[in-house]
Design a binder for this molecule. Structure first.
Ligand code: ADP
Ligand code: ZN
Length: 712
């Protein structure tokens, strides 16, 4: 019963048909009044776990949230869904606070967001004790743990909540899952027999890819090109790195900005805002970026340099695709990166910590060099076992080709041995390839037996082979002695016992590009056309979303998520019922924006797709001529009246005799066409509609444009 109410709130307010894994169980627990602890990855859908109960139960849900900027965005998003929500924090004036207080007493608020320091004031605690609190949600609850990375002392005082509101259930939520943090949350919040929910940390919509770091600027430019209208983040190692990369991207015509701790708070806020509002497509950032923003439509994340451990890596790529739609991640990897990171970490004061960090770096490196499904490795690191390969990582997509690498290994090991284990990888390769560089000759390396023995293998491939030999344990890198390559105990088996070595054929950047091209070619012409249409429509809908967002002063994703727009571009709904079936469109958004988007879709269909349905269009025209009204025809066809009108407009444009004078006068047509020169995109219905301030119907505008085109 309770769950039925929850289900209907899910559809009505959020426009979703189904709960995600664990959401229903969590919500039931909360509705039954039990405390709970929820561990779910970023983007897993934690918020709904308290927002739905807040809507179903009488009274107000108090949400403790640490970041003021996030609080504001979440409240905006709730309001856009027709939910009554507000926030209290130290940035507000007395008047706002009084208004909110009154709303609270009148029982008008479903959700009240509060920062911890504000909540703990006597004033707010008293206020809450005088109102009907139905649930307390502690978001980002890991902030309570002194062991964690985001420790906030105020959080440790939240204990008082259980004392003050012993009957109100508490739900603590976080994306950080380690055991110490978990225990701290339960203890410090004094949760009573909490139900613990641990969701899978898998994010199947994120593709995983690792590429060798050679030529990374060119690679990243090629990567961005087909994604130029999408939002993406590139993480770099240093401030300088972000700045020089952003300059180069800008030079290539990409709207890029930088974000790092060296900028002033104002500069940083500006970058965040621009990114949030889709004015800036790419942000080159150090690790600090992404913490305080809730942008759900980041479509890709790239790591220009190797992150220092898998925790950081996973958290950073986790900022992509929070709306659940496909998103891509790309990691560049080179030995030089490992070396740099190794040196940086080794500078730490605490020897014990340095040791741990170096071990973590090693795991990171192993991940980057892995020849098995990357997602399995990643999840295994976080303690989850996947039964199957994921199919959405580069290894799954291009399974490695194994070759007999015995001779290659022998050449390499022999070169290292003859170079007396005194030179780094780059020089070993030069010797193997017979480089004529002065330093090589001066050192007499051209005299050793393996000089030039590996000429036929490219420098790039040698790098890959040597990395593999290191991973397989046949070579070692002396991190403490200038990165020189040394033999290992296992080397002699290969050199002297004839042991076989299996290696993976390096796939070069060119190979990959070729493979990608091949993959594209397999699609049929019809499929490609459909995709093109979808992309074009998506772009127009995105544009409309932007205009609405600017007008309402909210970020675009508050209007609709990318996922919603994608589904719209796919389904092309032309009536209310179909529009409501699109994920993410609840009652409020239907009412506010539904019609605008339907019009935009019809308009697009008219400009791009009419020919296919010519026959059925004519049927509509026939019925009209027989005296049926537009409404009757629409009813009979099961589509919106606007759709029928758009059919008629199309036929009129194509030269059919359509009695348009029934719907629009000569005068009106003249007025409409006269307005066109004032508009930036004179053929978009919406521009004209706005121009007349809503006093000229879409139908009339559509017919006027058809009349004009008919004349041409
Ligand atoms: P988290 O707080 O765990 O990072 P959110 O609560 O912000 O995640 O949810 C991430 C995205 O998933 C949001 O866009 C949200 O609207 C969407 N979402 C949540 N639950 C569902 C659901 N049951 N069906 C479809 N989308 C959902
Ligand atoms: Zn995989």
């Amino acid at each position: 019963m309770l769950l039925a109410a929850a289900q209907s709130a899910l559809k009505r307010y959020f426009g979703y048909d189904q709960f995600r894994p664990l959401q229903a169980e969590i919500i039931t627990t909360v509705l039954q009044g039990q405390d709970s602890l929820v561990l779910m990855p970023t983007g897993g859908g934690k918020s709904l776990c308290f927002q739905i109960p807040a809507l179903v139960l009488p009274g107000t849900c108090v949400v403790v949230s640490p970041l003021i900027s996030l609080m504001r965005d979440q409240v905006e998003a709730l309001k856009a869904n027709g939910i009554s929500a507000d926030f209290l924090n130290s940035t507000q004036n007395a008047e706002d606070q009084r208004r909110i207080e009154n709303e609270l007493y009148d029982g008008e608020l479903d959700l009240l967001y509060v920062s911890p320091e504000k909540l703990l004031t006597a004033q707010v605690l008293t206020m809450l004790s005088r109102s009907k609190v139905n649930l307390i949600a502690i978001d980002e609850a890991h902030c309570i743990s002194a062991w964690g990375h985001d420790f906030r002392p105020e959080y440790t005082q939240l204990k008082v909540l259980k004392q003050q509101f012993p009957k109100v259930p508490i739900i603590a939520l976080t994306a950080t899952a380690d055991k110490i943090t978990r225990r701290d949350m339960v203890e410090q919040l004094a949760l009573r027999a909490p139900a613990v929910f641990i969701a899978s940390f898998d994010r199947p919509n994120l593709s995983l890819e690792v590429r060798p770091g050679q030529d990374r600027l060119k690679q990243i430019l090629d990567f961005i090109k087909p994604r130029s209208k999408q939002a993406g983040i590139i993480y770099c190692l240093s401030r300088k790195g972000t700045e020089s990369l952003a300059e180069k991207l800008k030079g290539a015509g990409i709207k890029a900005g930088v974000y790092h701790a060296g900028l002033s708070p104002m500069q940083r806020a500006k970058v965040q805002d621009d990114f949030l509002n889709d004015n800036l497509n790419v942000v080159c950032a150090t690790i600090a970026f992404g913490m305080g923003i809730d942008k759900s439509n980041v479509r890709w994340v790239a790591h220009y340099n190797l992150p220092k451990n898998l925790e950081s890596y996973y958290q950073e790529i986790g900022r992509a695709g929070r709306d659940g739609t496909k998103a891509d991640t790309l990691l560049f990897y080179s030995y030089a990166d490992v070396t740099n990171m190794h040196d940086m970490l080794s500078e730490g004061e605490n020897a014990e910590q340095v040791k741990v960090q170096l071990l973590k770096l090693e795991r990171m490196q192993q991940y980057a060099e892995a020849q098995a499904c990357r997602r399995r490795i990643l999840l295994a690191y976080f303690g989850e076992n996947m039964e199957q390969n994921c199919g959405n990582c580069d290894v799954c997509k291009n399974p490695p080709q194994r070759i007999d690498g015995t001779v290659i290994a022998q050449k390499a090991l022999s070169a290292v041995s003859r170079l007396q284990e005194k030179v780094p990888m780059g020089v070993v390769i030069e010797v193997l390839r017979g480089s004529g560089r002065r330093e090589i000759i001066q050192a007499g390396y051209d005299q050793i037996k393996t000089y030039g023995a590996g000429r036929e293998i490219s420098q790039y491939d040698w790098q890959q082979y040597l990395s593999q030999l290191i991973n397989l344990g046949y070579l070692e890198v002396a991190y403490d002695a200038g990165q020189v390559l040394r033999l290992s105990n296992a080397s002699s088996n290969v050199l002297f016992q004839g042991q076989k070595v299996e290696l993976v054929k390096p796939s070069s950047y060119k190979d990959r590009q070729e493979q990608e091209k091949q993959a594209v070619k397999v699609k049929s012409e019809a499929e490609k056309r459909q995709e093109r249409v979808r992309d074009d429509l998506f772009e127009e809908l995105r544009q409309l979303r932007r205009e609405i967002a600017v007008k309402n002063g909210v970020p675009p994703y508050v209007v609709f998520s990318d996922k919603t727009l994608e589904e719209m571009a796919f389904k092309r709904p032309s009536d209310e019922a179909t529009m409501l079936s699109v994920s993410g469109i609840g009652q409020q958004k239907m009412q506010q924006y539904g019609q605008l988007f339907i019009e935009a879709i019809l308009d697009f269909v008219n400009r791009n797709l009419p020919k296919e349905d010519n026959g059925t269009y004519k049927l509509s025209l026939n019925w009209l001529k027989k005296g049926m009204s537009i409404e009757e025809i629409a009813e009979k066809r099961g589509v919106a009246p606007g759709t029928i009108m758009s059919h008629l407009a199309y036929l009129h444009e194509m030269g059919e005799a359509v009695p348009i004078e029934q719907f629009v006068s000569r005068d009106e047509i003249k007025k409409i066409l006269a307005a066109k020169p004032y508009l930036e995109q004179p053929n978009l219905l919406k521009g004209l509609y706005d121009y007349f301030d809503g006093n000229m119907s879409y139908d009339k505008i559509r017919l006027a444009l058809a009349e004009e085109r008919r004349g041409k």
